[in-house]
Ligand binder design. Structure first.
Ligand SMILES: Cc1cc2nc3c(=O)[nH]c(=O)nc-3n(C[C@H](O)[C@H](O)[C@H](O)COP(=O)(O)OP(=O)(O)OC[C@H]3O[C@@H](n4cnc5c(N)ncnc54)[C@H](O)[C@@H]3O)c2cc1C
Length: 502
């Protein structure tokens, strides 16, 4: 039987970040990935016949401290213009956000909004910095008991940082977290176009509508991960990040085995001692990190027999609820879509109605779409396509998604439909079966107010540990997760290396 110092389940970017920190600390580390290629949701892959796409995530950035600490060589991604196509016209805001062109674009809808925009951007940037600091801080394990040195000190630093925002922004930040986007934007802006543009960013990736509580927080979260309104993109695709992490891991003598689905975590006396692969092969290590989602890790890989019944009940209730699909269109190049990120966001209330459909397990007939292009390929993020359908199933409903998307895009990009030569639809069921995401939830658990910070994935279990000794969560489903930042993977590795899970 093979043995290592550490095993990491899942070669998404978080698993690779964890493995890099461990390998650089001299650990013999093995990453096991069920797919044939590493990358998870950050993958750039071929759909055949030379058609290479960012199949899921269209852009993103690792935290700068990770790039620095691991000495990664990643070419700078290109910042994108964000255009919201609304009922009252198209509103384009440049990557610089507050340059003269962006202010003028907003002024065409409302002079008052244009005047308030720089203050809003400055406020959002401060919120994102605050969130970034919170995502780097370990969350206390068992509130109200706080280990003063390990948990109390980072929390005190965070509180000080919050205080440094100044009285006005401190209250604005705390108040905005639970607010609905509707209420937040009503306080700041009058133009329906700007409200709709911002609301689309707040709901992107979340099974929430702009009238849902907590979309103030999801706006800040996406603003942080995107560095503003639109995620920057890499010339060679999101796989640029995966390549850098993979090369760096191999250089540090780490190993990656693809096509290696873990079917069970080996547990002896309530402690993880290795894993068993789908073919029955067993590999041992004194610690097992899992970058797969918490529900899959706890219930399927560790197994209910190893966990207390009440804990199983809580783990089963982690809200997954994916409602995102992805449609890739290979065109002849004459799609007529300009550069940058395009949101189809007619009005805030229309986005809410798009969300309404998912509450009733129906596909939105007037969906929120986000469109990006890379050469001839047009990628469409489709929301809302709920994992559970009231009528029909995802085996047959995929084509319907493409029809709705093309019909929705036709008035905005009239040349698109005729330019399409091939297509590939990834439904929530594909996200589960192909990319290993329970219920197609790309964040490994919704970023809802009852599943964030010290409650992610579950209250009392937000410090990466699980009830199984030496089984550590390091993917998006734990605190700091959601998005391509690597924060969850870094935190898990750093805390383990600091001896906090002994
Ligand atoms: C269309 C789309 C748009 C998105 N947009 C945004 C956004 O704007 N903002 C934002 O914050 N986030 C966004 N996200 C979410 C973001 O991409 C994810 O949160 C992030 O990529 C997850 O990274 P990860 O490394 O934690 O997990 P993943 O990338 O999901 O990697 C987990 C890996 O574990 C593997 N695995 C699972 N089970 C096993 C097993 N039993 N054995 C071996 N391997 C296993 C999987 O195959 C996978 O490779 C988006 C996602 C999608 C799909």
């Amino acid at each position: 039987m093979n043995s290592y110092d550490a095993i990491v389940i899942g070669a998404g970017h978080n698993g690779l970040v964890t493995a890099n920190y461990l390998a650089r600390a001299g650990k013999r580390v093995l990453v096991l990935e069920r797919r044939a290629i590493p990358g998870g949701q950050a993958v750039t892959e071929s759909f055949g016949e030379g058609w290479n796409v960012d199949s899921l995530h269209a852009g993103g950035m690792l935290r700068p401290d990770i790039v620095r600490e691991l000495g990664l060589s990643i070419p700078a991604p290109a910042p994108q213009t964000f255009t919201a196509h609304t009922e009252t016209g198209a509103l384009s805001i440049g990557p610089a956000l507050t340059d003269a062109a962006s202010i003028a674009a907003i002024a065409a809808f409302s002079a008052a909004d244009a005047a308030r925009w720089p203050e809003f951007v400055a406020f959002m940037n401060r919120c994102a910095e605050m969130l970034e600091a919170a995502y780097a801080a370990p969350m206390p394990r068992e509130l109200p008991h706080v280990d003063l040195r390990r948990e109390g000190l980072p929390l005190a630093k965070l509180a000080l940082r919050l205080r440094r925002l100044g009285k006005r922004d401190m209250f604005r930040f705390i108040r905005a977290l639970p607010m609905t986007s509707l209420e937040l934007f009503e306080e700041w802006f009058e133009s329906p176009a700007l409200r709709a543009a911002l609301a689309s960013v707040a709901i992107h990736g979340h099974t929430l509508g702009p009238m849902s509580a907590g979309t103030g927080f999801t706006l800040m979260h996406n603003w942080l991960n995107r560095g503003g309104l639109a995620a920057p993109q890499y010339a060679a695709g999101t796989g640029t990040i995966v390549r850098a992490l993979t090369e760096s891991l191999l250089a540090a003598r780490g190993e990656i085995r693809t096509g290696s689905a873990v079917q069970r975590v080996l547990i002896e006396r309530s402690r993880a001692v290795g894993v068993e692969l789908a073919g029955g092969e067993q590999i041992r290590a004194p610690v097992v990190f899992s970058a797969a989602d918490p529900r899959h890790t706890l219930l399927a890989l560790a197994g209910e027999r190893e966990l207390a019944p009440e804990f199983c009940w809580h783990a089963r209730n982690i809200k997954m609820r994916g409602a995102v699909a992805k449609i890739h269109l290979r065109t002849d190049g004459s799609h007529g879509i300009g550069p940058g990120t395009h949101a189809i966001a007619p009005a805030l209330k229309r986005l809410e109605r798009a969300y309404d459909a998912s509450k009733y397990h129906e596909i939105s007939e007037s969906p929120y779409l986000e469109v990006t292009t890379r050469g001839e390929t047009v990628a469409v993020h489709f929301q809302y396509a709920p994992y559970r359908l009231k009528n029909g199933d995802w085996a047959s409903a995929g084509k319907r998604l493409e029809e709705i998307a093309l019909a929705t895009l036709a008035p905005v990009f009239p040349a698109l439909a005729a330019s399409v030569r091939a297509s590939r639809v990834l439904t929530p069921l594909d996200l589960e079966r192909e990319y290993g995401l329970t219920e197609g939830d790309m964040n490994h658990g919704q970023l809802a107010m009852d599943q964030f910070f010290f409650m992610r994935p579950l209250p009392n279990w937000s410090d990466h540990r699980t009830p199984i000794g030496a089984l550590v969560l390091c993917g998006s489903g734990v605190h700091a997760g959601g998005g391509i930042s690597g924060a969850a993977g870094r935190n898990a590795a750093k805390q383990y290396l600091a001896g906090r899970f002994a």
